[in-house]
Design a protein. Structure first.
Length: 376
């Protein structure tokens, strides 16, 4: 299969065409460079050979010298105006195909204006042109060779992708059963916590209706030590009931350092039918438990519901993409940390891949014909 097709007009750029043929053949291999008459066997129909060569090429070089645009035939007609002109046919067929077409401007020649070209050749003016000058041959040829290799690689990847995708790619919507179970479990846990907090809140609202306010005295600080060696102090209170008896109660809210001192007087609410049940009439004694569990429950519910809602919202788009999207083959580029997300003190990773996409001629400039994309 030919890799590079060289289109040129003999009375305009034959010298450049021959030199390019030799240089490219030495680097890419002679079988990957096509230069019209030199590569056609005797007896082969010239148009058929040109079609086969162009269709099998990844890159087409259009050599444009000082006489390329205005060369005339025996009748004085501009050759490019003749639909049977082989140069016109070569360029037109190349522009209509998949190969990368590179206008190659020789020794300072300018790219022709679009209006001076036949309609089927006008897209040539939207392609990024390169220069090839005798005075800067090595520099210009090195740049050209890089573009040729990139064009060959891009088209080979595209063709390989079509084959591999056609054989192996079977788009199936990702299963969400496991995630649904996880989200539901998280939401259920949040509901339980929120229910506990709500129950505590309702209980505290109703507590004063069944309690009596009394003045109590701290008689002891009960110490409890955790497995980590940290101490928590719970005040033990003493008070006199309405019947004149002395009763003791231990508050369920502890702290470190102790919130109360022995001998300190504290106003408490005591349940009439249960003298051993009492709370302080402060925020920490009445509402702290409800706030902690209620807040934790709402936070956990949101942690499960928000990702679930976002996933549900994205699912139609994912299904539409699987149904209408075009599969592509990408090349691995790198792996990076996602510093936006922190899970247990560590950042997850995402994989970056690249592919090349071609835009229609009328949607981008000639300098941006091939653009890189990144998948994250």
């Amino acid at each position: 299969m030919a890799g590079v097709f060289i289109s040129y007009r003999r009375d305009d750029s034959a010298g450049f065409g021959g030199a390019l043929k030799r240089e490219l053949a030495s680097r890419l291999g002679p079988e990957r460079v096509f230069l019209d008459i030199k590569d056609i066997d005797g007896g082969i129909e010239f148009p058929v050979a040109l079609d086969e060569a162009i269709n099998s090429s990844e890159v087409v070089l259009v050599l444009i010298g000082s006489r390329w645009l205005d060369a005339k035939d025996e009748q004085g007609m501009r050759r490019l105006e003749n639909t049977d002109d082989f140069v016109r046919q070569e360029v037109a067929r190349s522009l209509a195909g998949r190969a990368r077409v590179i206008p190659l401007l020789l020794d300072g020649t300018q790219l022709p204006a679009s209006y001076r070209l036949p309609v089927d050749l006008q897209p040539l003016t939207t392609r990024q042109a390169l220069e090839l000058r005798n005075s800067h041959w090595d520099e210009d040829f090195a740049r050209l060779l890089n573009n040729i290799r990139e064009g060959i690689f891009s088209l080979e990847i595209e063709e390989s992708a079509e084959k591999r995708i056609g054989q192996d790619f079977n788009p199936i919507a990702p299963s969400s059963t496991g995630l649904k179970v996880l989200f539901c479990a998280v939401i259920a846990m949040g509901v339980i916590f929120a229910a506990i907090g709500l129950g505590s809140f309702i209980s505290q609202l109703q507590f004063p209706a069944h309690a009596t306010r009394v003045d109590a005295r701290v008689v002891n600080l009960l110490r409890e030590t955790t497995d980590q060696g940290e101490a928590t102090y719970y005040p033990q209170l003493e008070y006199v009931t309405t019947a004149g008896d002395t009763a003791h109660v231990t508050l369920k809210v502890g702290s470190n350092p102790p919130e109360y001192e022995v001998g300190q007087h504290v106003a408490i609410l005591v349940r009439r039918k249960e003298p051993g049940t009492a709370i302080t009439n402060l925020f920490g004694g009445r509402w702290l438990f409800a706030v902690i569990f209620g807040g934790a429950g709402l936070t956990i519910c949101a942690g499960g519901a928000v990702p679930f809602a976002l996933r549900v919202r994205r699912r139609p788009g994912m299904q539409r993409l699987l149904k209408e999207g075009k599969p592509i083959l990408t090349a691995f580029h790198s792996v990076e940390e996602n510093t936006v997300v922190d899970v247990n003190g560590r950042h997850p990773f995402y994989v970056i891949t690249r592919w090349r996409i071609r835009f229609p001629t009328n949607s981008c400039s000639s300098a941006a014909r091939h653009c890189e994309r990144i998948l994250r």
